[in-house]
Design a protein around this ligand. Structure first.
Ligand code: GDP
Length: 422
């Protein structure tokens, strides 16, 4: 039997627009809740004389998760007839933006939620912008709390138009905009009889139509080195293959040192006696390899095939989202984390600041918290870089100020030539 498909989704939107309620509903209406969960929470509410909230279901699932009762520690699941879903990160979680920009919250698709009575808010725009910045292209919008506007099409149309206009201005085309009431269960998993004017899919149908991210196996090899282990005379170079594939006999170049060697073996930790060492490994696998020559390789190096190596440069342009308490300013230095590589970089220039709510651009010397900016960063040594467009897995970075993640972004190499001297 084939394993069921898994789709990773993020659910974003302004506070109180109904994210947790929608998650509770999704779990319930798709039959994904543990047996008796719904009933026990309802009974608990009655005992305490408080109204039932769908959001309690999510809170309860998270509490269990935090106590380690459910298996995974960072994600929650639900399933439809079609496949399994992971909700990446919890809605409303305070680390959410940070997880999104650092790639900890990598997802295949997003569901954006807007309150039908309140309409498009600043966070609806900012979240839409961030999804786009981080490369999430499959987006559905749920216009929630339709029960509060008497399920009227007019109000829905207004919000749909306003939000579509904004999203299209940043290059996002939402695949679906769906009128729902998470609380009442309209158009979540069941087609609503309260909105006969809506002919599109339910939230569940819309999600089911999205595709898991294309495998990165077909892309150029990117193998960031995590560790180098020394055993007697051998060295095992370990890491996770982020893109592409490698085979025994392949010549690899290690950037930014530019040393080359051939893959002698792919190691595995299997203890089975009938085990045959693999001759090929691909994106998504964590492997150790040995080389045919003793060259100096260290954590932070990135291995690739010579003809499709990353660019090497000291200066690059990036689009970043700033989360630091202190503004980012010209001349300041930060630690950059690029895959497994770390170095110091200095802010050489702030080219412009983009207001994510109205997309106006301004010149400035500082980037404040929650702002997006195009900046030029400079390191004292060569960095091996990919642009985000060419390589979404490796074309992103995080800036650290002291011990705190202060920003993150994507690399755009326009205008910066390879300095390898080729
Ligand atoms: P979050 O902050 O986005 O997770 O929002 P919550 O899910 O906690 O919902 C905020 C408030 O809106 C709660 O009081 C919910 O009961 C209420 N709410 C959520 N969805 C609906 C809905 O479809 N209709 C109505 N009338 N209220 C809703």
């Amino acid at each position: 039997q084939r394993a069921r498909d898994l789709l990773r989704i993020v659910i974003v939107g302004h506070v109180d627009h109904g994210k947790s309620t929608l998650v509770g509903r999704l779990f319930h209406d798709t039959g994904s809740l543990p047996e008796g969960k719904y009933e026990s929470i309802k009974a608990m509410c009655e005992r305490r004389g408080m109204p039932f909230e769908w959001a309690f279901l999510m809170d309860a699932m998270q509490a269990e998760r935090d106590q380690g009762i459910t298996i995974d520690t960072s994600q929650i699941w639900f399933k439809t007839d079609q496949r399994d879903y992971t909700i990446i990160d919890a809605p409303g979680h305070k680390e959410f933006l940070k997880n999104m920009i650092t790639g900890a919250a990598q997802s295949d698709a997003a569901l954006l939620i807007i309150d039908a009575a309140e309409g498009v808010r600043e966070q609806s725009r900012r979240h839409g912008y961030l999804l786009h910045l981080m490369g999430i292209r499959q987006v559905a919008v749920a216009v929630n709390k339709m029960d509060m506007v008497d399920y009227e099409q007019e109000q829905f149309d207004l919000i749909e138009e306003e939000y579509r206009d904004y999203l299209s201005s940043i290059g996002v085309t939402p695949t679906f905009v769906i009128p729902v009431s998470a609380r009442e269960g309209d158009n979540i998993s069941n087609q609503s009889a309260n909105m006969p004017w809506y002919k599109g899919p339910t939230v569940v149908k819309a999600l089911d139509s999205f595709l898991p991210s294309a495998p990165t196996v077909d892309q150029p090899l990117r193998f960031p080195i995590q560790d180098v282990y020394k055993f007697d005379t051998r060295r095992i170079i370990a890491g996770r293959i982020e893109a592409g594939a490698l085979e025994v006999g392949d010549e690899l170049v290690f950037s930014p040192s530019n040393k080359t060697a051939k893959v002698a073996s792919i190691e595995s930790w299997s203890s089975r006696s009938d085990f045959v060492a693999p001759t090929r490994a691909e994106a998504g696998e964590s492997v150790g390899i040995t080389l045919d020559e003793q060259i100096f390789v260290e954590r932070g190096d990135i291995a690739s095939h010579v003809e499709q190596a990353p660019i090497e440069t000291e200066v690059f342009r990036a689009r970043l989202f700033w989360l630091g308490n202190e503004p980012l300013s010209v001349g300041k230095t930060y630690k950059i984390k690029l895959n497994t590589f770390e170095a110091r970089v200095q802010v050489q220039e702030i080219e412009r600041i983009i207001d994510t709510t109205d997309l106006s651009a301004t010149d400035a010397q500082k980037v404040e918290r929650n702002q997006v900016a195009e900046v030029v960063l400079r390191a004292k040594r060569l960095l091996a870089l990919d642009s985000f467009i060419d390589s979404p897995r490796t074309g992103r970075f995080v800036l650290v100020d002291g011990y705190d993640i202060a920003g993150g972004g994507i690399i755009s190499m326009e205008g910066y030539a390879d300095q390898r001297g080729l």
